[in-house]
Design a protein around this ligand. Sequence first.
Ligand code: FAD
Length: 397
Amino acid sequence: MYDYTIVGGGILGLASAYRLLQERPGASLVVLEKEPGLARHQTGHNSGVIHAGVYYQPGSLKARLCKEGAERTIRFCEDRGIPYERCGKLIVATDADEVERLKGLEERVIANGLDYERISADRMKEIEPNVAGMAALLVHATGIVDYSQICEKFAEDVRSAGGEIRTGQTVTGIVERDSEITVETTSDTFTARTLVVCAGLQGDRLAMMSGIDIDFRVLPFRGEYYEVNRQRANLVKRLIYPVPDPSLPFLGVHLTRHIDGSLSVGPNAVLSFGRETYSGNYPVPQDMADMMRFPGFYKLMARFAAAGLYELRGSISKSVYLERCRKYCPALTLNDLEPKEPGIRAQTVSADGNLVDDFLFLETARSLHVCNAPSPAATSALPIADEIVSRALRKAN
Ligand SMILES: Cc1cc2nc3c(=O)[nH]c(=O)nc-3n(C[C@H](O)[C@H](O)[C@H](O)COP(=O)(O)OP(=O)(O)OC[C@H]3O[C@@H](n4cnc5c(N)ncnc54)[C@H](O)[C@@H]3O)c2cc1C
């Protein structure tokens, strides 16, 4: 019998395993991952941004965890020789309305205690000659990294602390008893005192497997990107973002530099007809059926119909997508954009059709399920793992 079983070889499962073995050296622990390798879903398909925490409500858990997470991510990268860069993020206002909204954003940046600079149109020409706008904010702390590389280092530490990582293990059943909890996979059975589940896009299904009565579902939203062809990847030096719509701050395609030297445009957010369909948006019967049976799906679609259609137009038409980026980067052309694999976000939606914004943890006597971990959960992985570990340790006796 193990002390701990952790389901999920994404950044949260691995960070939790890493932190648990630091807190309880010598504990027996196994991480179960269904894919043949680690970080194959959200963690390996994200933008690779170390967020500074610009948009979050000052004083909120998200704001605090993001700031702390960014600092700890960078320290971890420095200690472990993982490449990262604090390239900064330029939020560009292109019309009078956006200039007004930028002022509100500046107040938030100040309230969140972030180091920033106000950038005039002239200064913008000097620092980013290919970006056009009326005004901008430059947030210095935002950076870039490859989260898969961080996961590899977490995994290395877990193994050297005696933990096991078993890939190709799809969890199909969970049976909880007074003194133990058993996880069945397609090929094995694992019994532990405590179970932690960080299953991302499958989080609702695993919670139901544990017998938890949930009133939400995970709906998958594709984040589609284009890669800017390599010869033009030095078009910008920083991350370039539009001023967000305050009601949907996660929308708005941006230009993202990556630590491998590439540059991407995106992501958007369109409904995915499958939870793990990276090669195309084709319907997966089980995923579609779960979505159609969930009343929150229809309420969400009705509430966000206009935003959904806007995103869909950009998804269908490359030139519509391009025009949205050309607003602040007119140098981009259709020929610059090459297809890139999308990411699929696990968006937890409540039965009344609301997007669940906060991190959501559900528990049984012997299990803890992370049921919502939206962006910036990769940035905040270490402090989120601390929260998971402290909850898991309370169970572990
Ligand atoms: C397009 C996109 C862009 C993003 N950009 C950023 C960004 O720039 N910065 C940032 O901080 N955050 C970003 N995020 C958010 C961030 O990537 C996620 O919040 C984070 O990766 C969640 O990690 P996770 O471990 O919970 O989930 P995942 O990485 O999805 O891992 C879950 C794991 O559980 C496994 N699993 C599921 N079911 C089972 C089962 N039955 N048995 C065994 N294993 C199972 C899966 O195979 C998977 O490996 C982005 C997300 C997306 C999709």
